[in-house]
Every structure is written in C-alpha cells, then in structure tokens.
Write a protein that binds this ligand. Structure first.
Ligand code: CS2
Length: 457
C-alpha cells in the first residue's frame, strides 16, 4: 500500500512525524528543480520551520524536465520520507512541506501562475550547475539560454514581469546550487532577460542571496525503496536516503519575510563567501577528485575510493594543503577540523554514493572546485600537485578511460581528445585562448606537468 494522506496513520511508529496542521497552510515557496537533494535539504528545513509553528510556507515544487518526481509524489499527496543512515543505524522521518509537484514542460502556465501568486514570496532552486547556462570561463551563455527555452531565467523573468504588472510583491530567489556567488549568477541571468521598468524594479526590490548548501544525497536505489517499505509499512516511491549531517548558510538578504529555517539549524549570515568557497573547494573539490581518481582505480563508491591509500593521499593533500591555502577563512573557521569531518562523512559505509554520479557534468564543476583555487594558489606561490593530479584524472575520464562520460560538453570535449595528444588537450583547455583559460590560464610549467600526469595515469 502506497504512502498518502489517507494511509499515513498506518506508518510504523518508528517514523518521526511533525504532525502540524498541513491542509490550511498557504504555499509561500516555489521550488525549481525537485530532485533528491531538495527533498533531503530545503524541504526538511521548511518542514522544521512549520513544525516550530511558522506558517504558510508550503512548497509548490517544479520539475523542469521529466515527470519522474511528479509520478512519485503526486499519488502520495506530496508526502515522502527521509532516511538518514550512518554506521550507527537509520532514522526515518516523514516530510510534509511539499504540497504539489508541477512538470514544467507539460504545464508551463501552472508554473507561471505559482510564481505570480501573491502568497509566493520565495523561490528556491536546485537545478545543478548546468541549469545556469554558464560559459566555461564564467558569465551567462545567452545563446544557450535562447536555444534551450524554458530555462530558469525564462520562468523567473516572466515572474518579475507578471508580478510587476499585477502589483504583487517582490520575491527572494534563493539559489541552492554549488557555484561561487550563486546568488549573483542567478541575478545576472534573470536580469539578462529583463528590460526597462521590470528590470529596474527587479534590481531595486528583489533579493538573490547567495547560499551554501550541504548534504550528501545519493540517488535513491530501487533496493532502498524495498528495504524502507519493509521498515515503515507503506510503499514510498519518493523516499530519499541521506547522511545525518546537513548545513545551510544563507546570506541574510530577503525581499520580504522568510521562513524560520533557523529552527532547523540554518544560519543567516552577512557574508556566506567563506563558507561557500570552503565547501566548494574542500568538500566538492575532494568529491570530484575521489570520483575521477577512484573510477580510474576501479572503485564504484565514495567510501571505497576514500579507503584506497593511493587516492586518499591525493585527496587529503588537495583539501588540507591546496584548497585550504586558497581560502580566506572567517575568524574561527577551522579548516583542518573541517577536512577531518569531511573524511569521516566520505567514509560513511551505509550511503552507497556512486562515484559516477559525482563524475557527471565535470565541465560545469571543475571551475569553482579546482580552477579558481589553482589560479589563487599560483598567485600566492602555493604549489598544487594534488589538484593537478585530480585534473589529470578528469582529462583521462574525458578520454573515456573509466566508463561513459555524462557531461553537457561531452561531445565537444571528446572531439578535442580525438584531435589531440595530452599536451594538445591541455593547451586547448587551459593554454592561451583555451576553453577554460578565463578560470585558470596554466603557465608553461603547469601545462607540462599536467600533460605528464595525464600520460602517467
Ligand atoms: C557532489 C555534490 O555530485 C556532486 O558533484 O559533489 O552533489 C555533493 O554531494 C553535495 O554538494 C554535498 O553537499
């Protein structure tokens, strides 16, 4: 029997339930890009806020591409469970914050209506890096936005125009994707599709705070669903499995009111940058290194790669010596302690986090994770052999050495590999006029080292 409002009282007593009054609450949030991450992160914080007595922050969630999450959650009235697992065991909790799932390509007018509704004050986004249509060197790729149609920028710029015309209030747009200054990226992209009065209003009254989001959420596997069904007593097609840890640091700049996300432990701060860059370069930077070096060494999961001494040595150096040296920590920010905590999280044996999942979309990820710190460290006189080794792992991955390549630039990068040896590939990407040179323009010594590392692997 499937989980839903009608069946929820049959859930096993082990499942934690906030039990706040759900039906009478207005929907204050539209979320763009509902995947496992949103269900295990922002939706949980919103559930915490409403469990603490905050009201009217129900979520209308939007899938920008497929109907998969809609088909999981619609028959369940938006209800699903989050299972947190580590070596000590598993806890399961019911999440009630998501009220409806819209499929944008099927029902674009419903998405526009939700974004224009006066009760909506906040839009959160988890659309992954590629959902922002950025050029490899940074900046919005206007041609790609136009060609794609139906992007976040189309929906959000329309929302600005609709709300301007209707006299509805301004909103706060909260990017929750892994990019440096994610709020600015989003603001620039939305502004690029606006003009005249709507643009002036957007720039004056709307807010696009930057945020750092963190929780490791592997794609849910079919046997997770079977196991959970046996445990909780109902079939939950929308369940997510994650780690106990979660963190959300949000720049405290809102256009109107905001949910009490701090009831769930979110931090509202004046400047997220020290947290955002530390997380991108240390956690995500290590993750990508584990992915390419781990896949190259024949591993399947993060916990296996981090237990391999040859991979771990590189990843520890990358985090503790190289990523850390590129940062400007806030007072009291303990980067070595952060690295210890990250290694313990990566070692979580009960998560089954696939390296292939992290290895996808490398062209969108290497900039903030590795290329920006490489540029900073060169200026600071810090050598970065571990970061270069990781980058070499990515280039080998792109040559198809460790399984299929899943990347929006995959064809382009594979074509480059067909026409070049390692040295030529390094030139094409990071040399003069290289595709990624605006993020990291390698000097002569770095190019030679990187090419040699690619050949050695
Ligand atoms: C991972 C992230 O897939 C990836 O690229 O590095 O999804 C990572 O698990 C999260 O950012 C953790 O907060």
């Amino acid at each position: 029997m499937r989980l839903s409002e009608a069946t929820r009282d049959r859930l096993s007593g082990e499942v934690a339930q906030a039990g706040y009054e759900r039906q009478g609450q207005a929907r204050g949030i539209v979320h763009l890009g509902i995947g496992a991450f949103h269900r295990a992160h922002q939706a949980v914080y919103t559930d915490d806020a409403m469990a603490a007595g905050d009201r009217d922050w129900g979520i209308t969630a939007v899938s920008l591409r497929s109907a998969q999450v809609h088909d999981q959650l619609a028959p369940q009235d938006g209800l699903y469970t989050v299972a947190t697992r580590d070596a000590e065991g598993e806890r399961v909790r019911l999440i009630e914050a998501v009220r409806e799932v819209l499929v944008a390509p099927r029902d674009p007018m419903a998405v526009a209506a939700a974004l224009a509704a006066p009760a909506t004050r906040i839009v959160t986004l988890t659309v992954t890096e590629k959902g922002y249509h950025r050029l490899p060197g940074g900046g919005i790729d206007g041609a790609s936005v136009e060609a794609a149609g139906g992007t976040i920028y189309h929906y959000l710029s329309r929302a600005v125009r609709d709300r301007h015309a209707a006299g509805a209030g301004p909103m706060t747009l909260v990017s929750c994707d892994n990019m440096t200054d994610n709020g600015h990226v989003l603001r620039d992209g939305v502004a690029s599709l606006l003009s005249s009065e709507a643009l002036a209003w957007f720039e004056r009254d709307w807010a696009c705070p930057s945020t750092m989001v963190d929780r490791i959420v592997p794609a849910t596997a079919p046997d997770d669903l079977d196991r959970l069904e046996a445990r909780i007593g109902l079939r939950d097609a929308g369940a997510v499995v994650t780690e106990p840890f979660r963190q959300w640091v949000i720049e405290d700049r809102f256009a109107a009111d905001r949910p009490r996300w701090d009831a769930g432990g979110a931090q509202f701060v004046a400047d997220v940058r020290p947290y955002e860059t530390a997380k991108l370069r240390m956690l995500n930077g290590a993750h990508s290194a584990l992915a390419y070096l781990g896949l190259g060494a024949g591993h399947e999961f993060v916990h296996q790669a981090v237990a391999d001494p040859a991979v771990r040595t590189v990843v520890e150096r990358l985090m503790r010596r190289e990523a850390a040296a590129s940062l400007d920590p806030a007072p009291g920010q303990d980067l070595d302690g952060y690295a210890d905590a990250l290694l313990a999280r990566f070692a979580n044996p009960s998560l089954a986090h696939r390296l292939a999942q992290i290895a996808s979309d490398g062209s969108q990820k290497v900039g903030p994770r590795w290329l920006e710190p490489l540029t900073i460290n060169r200026a600071r006189g810090v050598e970065s052999p571990a970061t270069l080794a990781a980058l070499a792992g990515w280039l080998r991955h792109l040559r198809g050495q460790a399984g299929p390549v899943n990347d929006p630039m995959g064809d382009e990068l594979a074509a480059l590999w067909r026409g070049n040896d390692a040295r030529g590939m390094v030139e094409a990407l990071f040399g003069d006029d290289g595709t990624f040179a605006a993020r990291w323009h390698a000097d002569e010594g770095e190019r030679a080292t990187l090419a040699a590392l690619v050949e050695q692997g």
